[in-house]
Structures are given as C-alpha cells and as structure tokens.
Design a protein around this ligand. Structure first.
Ligand code: EPZ
Length: 419
C-alpha cells in the first residue's frame, strides 16, 4: 500500500522530536563490520533504508537485534563478502558496504547500486579509490568484484567532494596498512559522525569535517556504544512545512551546529527562528520572501537534500525565486508534480536551475513521489493545499522519514492510506 491522502485544515502548532540521522546511520551500520565484536548504535531512525542495511549485515553473517531506536550488532561471525542484489538495487547507499567488506574480508562483490533517480550516479570515484589502495577491481556487465591481497595506505584525490566516496574510502582505508590521506574529501556532518564512531572503535583519524582527512589503518578495535545525532534534513523539512502552512513549530534533537546555511536561508525567507542547544523554535512568516538566486552546494553550502522541499514554499513567496542545483544532474523532477497542484515552476532544459513564480496557493491533486526528498516536498505542499492531495509511490518517503503519518497528524493534518 503506497498511496496516502493528505488534507490539512490550517496553521501548525506542534512540538516534535527529530529522528536520528539517516545519512549518518547508514555508514555507521556498515562500520560495525570493522569490529569482530559488539557495536551498539543508539537513536537510529526506524526507516526502510535502515531496515535494508540491517538485512545486509545479517546476510553477511552479523547478528543484529533492534530495541526501539537501539541497534545492536555482533559482527564476530561475519563470513560473507557479497552484498545481496535485492538490497543493492533498492538502496544506493548499500554501496558503502564495499569499503567495510574490503577492510574486514579483503574482498567484496555486488551488483551496481540503485537508489533515487537523481541523474546518473556512478561510483567511479569509489572504485578508483579502491585501486589506489591496492585493490583489483573487476567489472562485468552486472557485477562489481573488488579484491586485495592486503591494502596499503595511499594518497587519494577525489575529483569531486563526494559524500559516499569519502565514507567508502574511509571504511576501506581502515583496513589498509599505514596512512591514507583523502584530499578534496566531503566535509558533510555525516563524515564527522562516521569518523567519531571509527575513532571510538580504535582508529586514528584526523581532519574529518575538513577537505583533507588522514586515517591510519589496522587498529585493534573494541566494543562501542554510540549515539546518532538528529537528522538535519528531516529537521529542515518540518521547519519548511511550518513556514508553508503558517503557525509555530518547536523541534528537539536538532543538530543546529550543522544547519547554519539552512537556517540562514529560512530567516531570509522571513521565518523567525530561535535556537537554544538542540531546540529550534520557528514562527512562520505572514509573507514569505523569495530567494533571488539560491545555489545548492556541498557542505557547508545550502544542502541539495533541502532543495526539493523549498519549491512548494517558494510558490507562496511575494515574488519570483531561482534555485540552481550544482550537486546532482537532475534533481527537479518533483517540479512537474507541483505544477499539477497549481505551481508555476519552470526548469531549465539542462536541468540545472528552476524558476519559481510566487504568489500562488496550491490545490490538492493526484501526484506521485519521484524520489525521497521530492516526496517530502509533496507532503509540504499537501499540508497547505486547498483540498485533498493523494501521493502515490509513498514508499520513497518512508525510506527516510520515520513514522511520517504520525508526524503529519501531530502537525494537524489528516493522513489516510487509500488503495
Ligand atoms: C549522499 O549521496 C547522500 N546519501 C545524499 O542524500 C546526498 O544528496 C548526497 O550525499 C550529497 O550530499 C546518503 O548519504 C545515503 P555524492 P551520495 O557521492 O554519496 C557524483 C538523501 O536524500 N559522483 O556526494 O550518492 C554524483 O553523481 C540522499 O538522503 C560521481 O560522479 O552523493 C553526484 O552528482 C539523496 N562519481 C555528486 O557526485 C562517484 O563515484 C555527489 O554525489 C560518486 C559521486
């Protein structure tokens, strides 16, 4: 069942605790393979992508139990080296297990990763980095096979500060003899979180959060209990939902220190945002100011994962806005769905920027989620649309948003599954 009807009747007045970070939890679950003992992760979001990662761990021989938002992994008996195709095709971030398997087992096999269709999403940076560490990479029509007779530390320069490649190469380098330096590394908070876990496990890592990271491989690892931070993209999603529908929202467990560029844009749009520790209070503006030309960028720039969710809010702005997408080749697919709800959005032929005409109130429609964050944008639109909205392919959204129908109801909306 994957069609959800949403209806909302007015302004939001709610308090929410933000779920754990999806994009930190996934590499940290893979990192558990590096220790032949117990790794406990607290505050993990119970979402489809996490369930898939847990099944991959089990398929490789780890014992995994879940207690609420605590995931307990015993990786003592890991013996597998092949990531099951069904999970690789379903979720792109499964690719992160290649690096962890290389560290632990010295080899890894899988099919090519699937995931959101945000344009071509090759993994050439990952594979080239494995070669730099001394691995043999064999690619056939369907399969990736990476093997090493003992990896050695290397200097790896990434052509682009890829988040996944940085994470994958950190995990692989943890199993290499000697020092590895990754230049032009991604600076995202999720890299910092993964590095914190690896250091707690016993690895020597310097520079996480900067564009140059050094890791000394082959450590004696130990049991760890580690708490995940709140999800900065989910927090931003609910702030935008309040800005769009009006009212006031209070969020707890927000990683404010990693959201400055996001909160700055929301303030420029007129939101009154106050923060105290991990708590954020947002009062929606009566009038939403447009953004002249906003560019997405790798951290610490405005996150590409917040771009889709901005679109419905800017439809209500007092003027026209322009967003330029610089990270993915095609990440405006939800615009066509918002146009079905009455939005006036024009996407450039080369898919690099979108012009959003302001001043329109969206109406309910039958739409379908094109991907995870595009689906979140449709929920935001539906929470301020006139009439009912039915979102098909809702499973995309459940990959990243925990108990989202409960959240919609807490925000004052009606959410009902329809067949
Ligand atoms: C991670 O994806 C996130 N996913 C994405 O979040 C996020 O949008 C992205 O980083 C950028 O911040 C997870 O963490 C699970 P990239 P990833 O490698 O690692 C190109 C969400 O909504 N590239 O930084 O796949 C690539 O095509 C998801 O939660 C290569 O060309 O992103 C893209 O254009 C969506 N070759 C750009 O780099 C490579 O080998 C950035 O990709 C790798 C990447």
């Amino acid at each position: 069942m994957s069609r959800l009807r949403i209806r909302n009747h007015g302004r939001i007045h709610a308090e929410l605790q933000v779920q754990g970070s999806k994009n930190s939890s996934l590499p940290c679950l893979a990192a558990a393979l590096l220790h032949p003992g117990i790794t406990v992760l607290d505050g993990v979001p119970m979402i489809e992508d996490v369930f898939a990662a847990i099944e991959i761990l089990r398929a490789l021989g780890a014992r995994v139990s879940v207690e609420g938002s605590r995931v307990i992994i015993c990786a003592h008996d890991v013996s597998g080296t092949e990531i099951p195709a069904c999970f690789m095709r379903k979720m792109r971030s499964s690719v992160i297990f290649l690096g962890a398997l290389l560290s632990r087992m010295g080899e890894a096999q899988s099919v090519y990763p699937g995931g959101c269709a945000l344009g071509s999403r090759p993994i050439d940076f990952h594979l080239e980095g494995f070669r730099r560490l001394g691995c043999e990479v064999v690619l056939s029509e369907e399969k990736i096979d990476v093997r090493s007779r003992g990896m050695s530390g290397a200097l790896i320069r990434l052509p682009f500060s890829s988040v996944g490649a940085t994470e994958n190469l950190l995990l692989a380098a943890a199993g290499a003899q000697g020092m590895t330096v990754i230049e032009n590394a991604a600076r995202e908070p999720e890299i910092v979180e993964l590095s914190r876990l690896l250091v707690r496990m016993g690895f020597d890592i310097r520079g996480a959060g900067t564009s140059c990271i050094a890791i000394r491989g082959k450590a004696d690892t130990k049991d760890v209990c580690f708490s995940m931070s709140g999800d900065r993209i989910v927090a931003g999603t609910w702030l935008l939902c309040c800005m769009n529908a009006g009212g006031r929202i209070c969020l707890d467990r927000v990683p404010v220190q990693w959201m400055y560029s996001t909160l700055e844009v929301f303030r420029q749009m007129g939101a009154v945002i106050q923060t105290e520790g991990r708590r954020v209070e947002c009062r929606a503006p009566e009038k939403i100011r447009p953004v002249a030309c906003l560019k997405t960028a790798p951290y610490p720039g405005f996150p590409t994962d917040m771009q889709s969710q901005l679109l419905p809010v800017l439809c209500r702005a007092e003027g026209d806005s322009c967003i330029r997408e610089t990270v993915f080749a095609s990440r405006f697919r939800v615009a066509a769905q918002l146009v079905r709800m009455g939005a006036d959005i024009t996407v450039s032929a080369d898919q690099t920027f979108a012009r959003i005409r302001g001043g329109s109130r969206l109406h309910g429609a039958e739409v379908s989620a094109p991907d995870l964050r595009g689906g979140a944008a449709l929920v935001i639109a539906a929470m301020n649309a006139e009439g009912d909205t039915v979102i098909d392919d809702f499973y995309h959204i459940e990959r990243g948003y925990e108990r989202i129908t409960d959240t919609i109801r807490i925000l004052g909306g009606e959410a009902c599954w329809i067949v």
